[in-house]
Each structure stands twice: as C-alpha cells, then as structure tokens.
Design a binder for this molecule. Structure first.
Ligand SMILES: *Cc1c(COP(=O)(O)O)cnc(C)c1O
Length: 412
C-alpha cells in the first residue's frame, strides 16, 4: 500500500512546492480537486486587479491609451504557454465566441465538412452544429472510444472532403491527451484546416502549436491558468494564415486604423483582425497576472508535476478505490493523459455531493456517473491527493455518502 509518507516525500522533493504560497488558500482543511474547472485565485492577480481599479479611478478615459495594448500583450504571454510566436495569439472574448469566429473564417477559406469528436465539450458541438447548419455543410461526429479519445487513423478516415477538424487537446471528460502532431498531420494530409481547443490543456501540458504547424486554436484561461471566473479567453491563428482569414464579426476593434472611424470595414493586419468589440480590461489584467505566475513556474515543470499528481491518483485508485466499485475512466498511460483523472461509480453523483458536504473535498461531476479529480500543479500538494483518496474511501466504505440527497443541483 502507498502510505501518506510517500506523498509527504513527493512534496518535499517538489520543485514547485513554494508556488502554493502564491495562491489564496482560505481553508486549509478543504481539498480542492477542481482546478481543471476553475483555478484558485493567485495573489498576484488580486493585486493586479486592485491596481487596475486604481488606474480606472484616476485615469478615467485617458487610461485607454495603455489598456488598449492588453489583448495583444496578454496574447504574447499566452503564446509562451501554447508554444506559438509573438503576434499569433490574441486574448479576447470567450472560448465559445472564438470558436464561432475561427470556424466561420476557416470554412470561408476551405469549404467542406466539419469534423468533431462526438464526445467533444458541449459548447463546441453546439456552436459547430449551428455553423454547419447556417453554411449548409455536413457536421461529421467522429465516433471514438470515450476514454482514449480520437486516434490519428480515425481522424484520417473521417477527413475526406472536410474543410475543418475541431478537437480538444485534452478531453474534458476523460482527460485523454490527443496526439496533436499526428492528428494535425492527418488533417493536413486530407486538405483540411485543424483547430485545437486547448481549454483543458493550457497550463497543464506542453503544447507546441508552432512546432507542429497547427492552423488555429482557442482556449480559456480560468482553468489551469487561474485567471478567474469568466476571464477572457484566447485565440491563435498561425502567422501565415492571418491575412487569408476574416472574422465573421466585423467589429470596430478588428478594424484597420480603428479611430479613423471610416465608412467601411477593412480588417486590421495580423491577429488583431479577430477582435470584435471593446475588450474586458479588468478580466485581462487578471489573465496577465495569472499567466505571469504560470510562466514563472514554467509549463514544462507544471506538466511534470501534473503528471506525477495524476500518477499518484491512479495508483491510489488501484489500491483503494477500484475494490470499492470505482472504474478508471481516464487513460492509464500518463503520456496520453492530461491534468485530471476521472473515476466512474454507479453512485457517483451522491458520492461527489457527499465529498463536498461531508468530507471537505471539492471535485466535480460529469453525468451520468463520473467524478473528476483535477489536482492543478501550481497549488496542489501530493498529500492532498492522498488525503482525498483516504476521505473518498472512508465515505464509501462506511456507506455514509448515502446520507446526502440524491437529487441533482443546477451546477455540477
Ligand atoms: C471549458 C471549456 C470551454 C468553455 O467555453 P466558454 O466559452 O468559456 O464557456 C469550451 N471548450 C472546452 C473544450 C472547454 O473545456
């Protein structure tokens, strides 16, 4: 059996251990296992947002001459997170809106079917369904193993006549990490553009967008990047594609020479043409600070720790939870797994709710039966993983989880 002393040793040897102190941890007893859904608050972000509020109070509208740079500045920081060049990433809008913009732009350039994983995150499936209907192109839902996720040969087989392939690098449900180089090559081979959704990957895994010639990407900043609830998202467009693509939202922030306020829309040069309206500056200040913390830790170091955290999770599942009726709903191979681990159980919903209400462990739940454990690398300790498993095992062994109501809440 893996004892708590093993987890304590991993914490002692952890090069990122001190980053815990960079985050607000209000309740030391509570174990936070939902960093893949909403990251903790970095102290640096709170300070930066306070500073922005002070600027607003003092500078009023004259502050815009400095604030207007933020989407590109923050985009350049995010480029370091996703392995892109300066000028290829813009911090703007939500992931949902960025998908809409880039999907239409891509299909203008490469008309054809849209290919999406049938297990893709809901907003991606819904947006693409709307885009396909509006454009009168087929939407192909790729059937694949729900735990392992889409494989390169499956994508290749679905790509005939496709204009655009949209996939998550890390699947929100199973945590499967897709083979980005091989799948990107397969889409290109078929003449399609590829758009990667990095929402569950950014800040947890290393991503080489430039290295692998990725066309387009989107992602959010409130998960492993810790920029706060509803913080602005980002989009990436490879430099050589930028002039060929146009946003379907012809907003004034994407306009060339914006303040000339000319009669007709003419897209700005570079990635800024994918802007829509006035950027959310308070949110962008939080993204900037949060991403600075992530880059200070280093994405390679974050990935190494995240991998070790999920390895410990799987090992403790094998020893303590599998005998209690849990089933591993994530890939076992750490090279094919992102930053969270999913465990299915027939009483999953009640166990998840009991963990929050009776055991001070906060995971989340994805129906019909899956508990997700997301120990984010910058502020999670290995003993958190051990203690969480100990509390889960205690609740299930004793049957105490049956004390909480079995009805569902609005947000799970
Ligand atoms: C979290 C997530 C989103 C979120 O989209 P929003 O527009 O921020 O609501 C989209 N796609 C994937 C794959 C996600 O994991």
């Amino acid at each position: 059996m893996t004892g708590r002393d093993h987890a304590e040793k991993l914490d002692r040897d952890d090069p990122l251990a001190s980053f815990c102190e960079r985050f607000v941890i209000a309740d030391g007893e509570r174990i936070y296992a939902d960093g893949n859904s909403l990251g903790r608050l970095p102290l640096h972000a709170a300070v930066r947002v306070d500073g922005l509020m002070a600027e607003w109070g003092e500078l009023l509208v004259t502050g815009w001459s400095r604030w207007i740079e933020l989407p590109v500045k923050v985009g350049d920081l995010l480029a370091q997170v996703v392995g892109a060049h300066r000028g290829e990433v813009l911090a703007c809008d939500s992931t949902t809106v960025n998908l809409y913009k880039l999907a239409h732009a891509a299909l203008d350039l490469r008309p054809g079917a849209i290919v999406v994983d049938e297990h893709e995150f809901p907003t991606d499936r819904y947006v693409l369904e709307g885009v396909a209907t509006r454009r009168g192109v087929p939407l192909r839902r790729l059937a694949c193993d729900p735990v392992a996720g889409p494989q390169p040969d499956e994508v290749a087989a679905a790509c005939d006549g496709a204009g655009l392939v949209v996939l998550s690098l890390v699947n929100y449900r199973s945590g499967a990490l897709a083979d980005l180089p091989a799948i990107t090559a397969a889409a290109h081979e078929a003449g399609a553009l590829i758009l990667w959704d990095l929402s569950h990957a950014a800040g947890a895994v290393e991503i080489g967008l430039s290295e692998h010639g990725v066309d387009l990407a989107i992602g959010c900043t409130y998960k492993y990047l810790n920029a706060g609830p509803g913080s602005p998202a980002f989009l990436y467009v490879r430099a050589d594609l930028q002039d060929e693509l146009r946003s379907p939202i012809q907003g004034w922030f994407g306009q060339r020479d914006q303040f000339r306020m000319g009669p007709a829309y003419e897209p700005a040069e570079g990635v800024e043409r994918f802007h829509a309206g006035t950027p959310p500056i308070v949110g962008l200040a939080a993204v900037q600070a949060a991403v600075e913390v992530a880059l200070e830790a280093g994405i390679a170091a974050a990935r190494a720790k995240s991998r070790a955290l999920t390895e410990l999770t799987v090992r403790l599942y094998d020893e303590r939870l599998e005998p209690l009726g849990f089933r591993l709903a994530s890939p076992r191979d750490p090279d094919r797994r992102g930053g969270h681990v999913s465990l299915a159980h027939e009483d999953g919903w009640q166990i998840c709710r009991a963990l929050i209400e009776l055991a001070d462990v906060v995971p989340d739940f994805r129906g019909p039966d899956t508990i997700r454990l997301g120990f984010a690398p910058l502020y999670s300790r290995f003993v958190d993983v051990w203690d969480a498993h100990d509390r889960i095992a205690g609740l299930v062994e004793s049957g105490r989880y049956r004390d909480v109501p079995a009805d569902r809440l609005r947000v799970t």
